[in-house]
Design a protein around this ligand. Structure first.
Ligand code: SAH
Ligand code: SF4
Length: 374
């Protein structure tokens, strides 16, 4: 007799929970109501135990508990930086490990930086994640679960309670969210549901290296805020440090930005610009950037380069960064310098990389040989 594995409900959306309940045998007339109740228990209350679900009869709870689990993925490692930043290494499945980073409030907003892929197909020269080959896209459930794991750790249930520490979500962890748009969009439907985790869509930021054909469709589908990892304002330099620019050069990228749904002065695009000493940080580069942004409601986020083991760049000096910021500011664009957070635990922008590696075909064959009984 085979033992059927339990279906884990956290991470599933309303429709998936309803379908699971229907297959389980809940009467068709009750499926919607029951799915709604369970959805609220999972996402508003963070339930990990069926016994808390007091609006479901005890007998039914026991039957549900036998068929469904309410588990979280395992936190393999949790590190806390001297500045309070928390980095989680989460095991989603065997060999599938991702990092998420909680950056506590400086003013009022505390952000969770989530991953959308294990590794990245792109190879931006300044980025640690770019050194990890793509293992696979994360599912919508695995993306939503990163938020739940952080909320467990921060003791932030129920979601509807005022005074949350975790207010914003940024897709600035591992991977390129617009190469996994469908799962990212479905995760946002879960994360933003007002009866559950209840994040406002304007509190979510998708950061892309510039996957041009996906920018407008992703905006229409998610209504989230957009950040562009720009890092250079001329094609020659951008192609050198970000290979994706060869496929989608700046003119196309800026046209997609201009067409981003909902763009206005109160909904600006954030352009991220990593400060690389002697590479992209001269006054001439600042002028190029100003010209490129002309007419776009934009703000520029200047990111001091965060080093990682084996990186070949240096961060621009503080004076250079300030001079650069002043120029951008004088042209009418807000240009905050991002304070690096969590550098001591390799949790800052561009430092994430898990040990999950995609095996080469030859390695897989070798493993298969070793595991095959002779
Ligand atoms: N793939 C997406 C999401 C990752 S976001 C993207 O590229 O937008 C991570 C942000 O940190 C991006 O803006 C990225 O360009 C930037 N970054 C990468 N490496 C960095 C480093 N070493 N120091 C500072 N910022 C870095
Ligand atoms: Fe991938 Fe973004 Fe890093 Fe580029 S900067 S390698 S797109 S994660």
């Amino acid at each position: 007799m085979s033992i059927k594995a339990k279906i884990n409900l956290p991470g599933l959306d309303r429709a998936e929970i309803a379908e699971a309940l229907a297959n389980f045998g809940i009467a068709p007339k009750q499926v919607r109501m029951r799915a709604g109740q369970i959805f609220r228990w999972i996402y508003n209350y963070g339930a990990t135990d069926w016994d808390v679900m007091t609006n479901i009869a005890k007998g039914l709870r026991a039957e549900l508990a036998a068929a469904f689990s309410l588990e979280r993925p395992e936190i393999v490692e949790r590190q806390i930086s001297v500045d309070g930043t928390r980095k989680y290494l989460i095991r989603m499945a065997p060999g599938i490990e991702v990092e998420s980073v909680f950056i506590p409030a400086v003013s009022k907003t505390g952000a969770l930086c989530v991953s959308s892929q294990v590794g990245c197909t792109l190879t931006c020269t300044f980025c640690h994640t770019g050194r990890q080959r793509l293992v696979r896209n994360l599912t919508a459930a695995e993306i939503a679960l990163q938020v739940m794991v952080a909320k467990d750790d921060l003791d932030e249930w129920p979601s509807s309670e005022a005074g949350r520490k975790l207010t914003n979500i940024v897709f600035m962890g591992m991977g390129e969210p617009l190469y996994n748009t469908d799962n990212v969009a479905r995760a946002l439907d879960i994360i933003c549901d007002p009866e559950g985790l209840s994040f406002g869509r304007r509190r979510i930021t998708l950061s892309t290296s510039g996957v041009v054909p996906q920018i407008v469709p992703a905006g229409e589908r998610t209504r989230a805020m957009l950040a562009i990892s720009l890092h250079a304002a001329n094609d020659e330099l951008r192609s050198q440090i970000m290979a994706i620019n060869k496929k989608y050069p700046l003119a196309e990228l800026m046209a997609a930005c201009r067409a981003y749904p909902g763009l206005s002065n109160s909904r600006r695009i954030t352009f991220e610009y990593v400060m690389l000493k002697g590479i992209n940080d001269s006054p001439k580069h600042a002028v190029q950037l100003i010209n490129l942004l002309r007419g776009i409601p934009a703000k520029v986020n200047l990111i001091p380069f965060n080093p990682w083991p084996g990186s070949n760049y240096e961060c621009s000096s503080w004076e250079t960064i300030e001079r650069f910021a002043d120029k951008i500011n004088a042209a009418g664009y807000a240009s905050p310098i991002r304070t690096p957070r969590g550098r001591d635990i390799l949790a800052a922008c561009g430092q994430l990389k898990s040990e999950s590696e995609k095996m080469r075909a030859s390695e897989r064959r070798k493993m298969a040989r070793q595991n095959t009984p002779t």
